[in-house]
Design a protein around this ligand. Structure first.
Ligand code: ATP
Ligand code: SF4
Ligand code: MG
Length: 343
């Protein structure tokens, strides 16, 4: 029954399809004066071409660190300490920075958390898109071609061409966020990671920005990793959901199954904490706090908060298992079921 901490088992794929991205046993650490923070602690998942995968979890669970690792943008004191990130079969982890620089935006792009604040306040929007195009291109293109590409990127996110001549302060929050999406998709990457793309926006604009991302995803056939806290938004937007807890994946399941029958007690609580009509909008949080990533508890990392905790949970790390096709869970409650199915 005892199992390694690793989540390196191979996720299932639909017959005939190959994942565009395969992450295996990925680990990221930050060294601090008070100890090593295990921000991503051995996670594995596949992303299929054109798929929308949601990544949820409480604040500090490591979601943005996964995004930054996939872009190879972890900066000291952080480092990728293990694992593989195979983009169309090519491992990004050992790539020289020069090669990785060409892959960014062209193959894999990110709309970072708080993206609209990352726009350069003193550069016109179209110049910022052109900078991205020039930075990551393999061949030189004329100014006119670049300008046309930048303007069509703006149109693809529902912004008028003239917006390209504007500076960030002349744009509303929703327009700025669209401009960031235009920068991310300008090179037509295979994978886009959107880190909480709507969190700073009001509800109506959130919906519009989300619709823009989903329409682009559909039109370009790009695979999207959507990071967020909002389980309701995820339910409407993604094909599969990955639930992260304290640097590990607790569960990865298709969105319909995860809401119909969550496998992990943490997923159950996340769904239960969604405001319900009869609660009159009151938010019900999950009791307790996540562990310090500098000194993790033994056994299952969720055991101090788990309503279904058993003796074994305090001692042994649950294995990350494929319980049913496309459904992965790390919880002792399911290990026996998995063993029986395997016999
Ligand atoms: N530069 C850094 N130095 C030290 N620790 C860091 C650094 N960046 C992140 N961490 C730690 O890594 C852990 C994961 O952080 P991360 O930003 O990935 O979480 P998150 O799930 O994206 O949270 P949120 O929902 O608040 O955006 C946290 O404990 C955080 O404090
Ligand atoms: S392994 Fe045990 S403590 Fe962890 S989620 Fe499952 S039942 Fe709860
Ligand atoms: Mg984050």
């Amino acid at each position: 029954m005892s199992a390694p901490a690793s989540q390196a088992s191979s996720p299932t794929r639909p017959p005939g399809a190959s994942p565009v991205l395969s992450v295996r046993d990925l680990r990221v650490e930050y060294s601090t004066d008070s100890g090593v923070v295990k921000a991503v602690n051995g996670i594995s998942f596949d992303l299929m071409p054109g798929e929308k995968l949601g990544l949820v979890g409480e604040s500090g669970s490591g979601k943005s660190t996964v995004a930054l690792a996939l872009m190879r943008m972890i900066r000291p004191p952080g480092r990728i300490s293990g694992g593989q990130m195979l983009l169309q079969g090519k491992d990004l982890v050992p790539l020289p920075e020069r090669t990785m620089r060409q892959m960014r935006a062209r193959e894999i792009a990110m709309i970072p958390q708080g993206a609209m604040n990352s726009l350069n306040p003193v550069a016109r929007i179209e110049d910022q898109i052109i900078d991205t195009l020039e930075d990551h291109a393999t061949e030189r293109r004329s100014k006119k071609v670049l300008l046309d590409l930048a303007r069509s990127a703006l149109e693809s996110v529902g912004l008028r061409r003239e917006v390209g001549r504007m500076y960030p302060h002349e744009l509303s929050g929703g327009m700025k966020q669209r401009a960031c999406i235009a920068i991310a998709v300008a090179m037509r990457p295979k994978v886009v990671i959107a880190d909480e793309p709507t969190s700073a926006l009001d509800v109506v604009v959130q919906r519009q920005v989300m619709d823009t991302i989903l329409r682009l995803q559909d039109e370009l056939g790009v695979a999207v990793i959507l990071i967020g806290h909002d389980m309701g938004l995820m339910a409407q937007s993604v094909d599969r959901l990955a639930v992260m807890y304290a640097g590990k994946l607790a569960e990865v399941s298709p969105i319909r199954e995860i809401f119909a029958e969550p496998l992990h007690p943490y997923t159950d609580l996340l769904i239960d904490s969604l405001p319900k009509l009869e609660d009159r909008g009151t938010f019900r949080g999950i009791p307790g706090l996540p562990p310090s990533l500098k000194s993790l508890p033994p056994g299952c990392l969720f055991h101090p908060r788990c309503p279904k905790v058993m003796d074994i949970c305090r001692q042994e790390i649950p294995e990350y298992l494929e319980l049913r096709p496309q459904q992965f869970v790390a919880c002792h409650l399911h290990e026996e079921r998995h063993d029986r199915a395997a016999d």
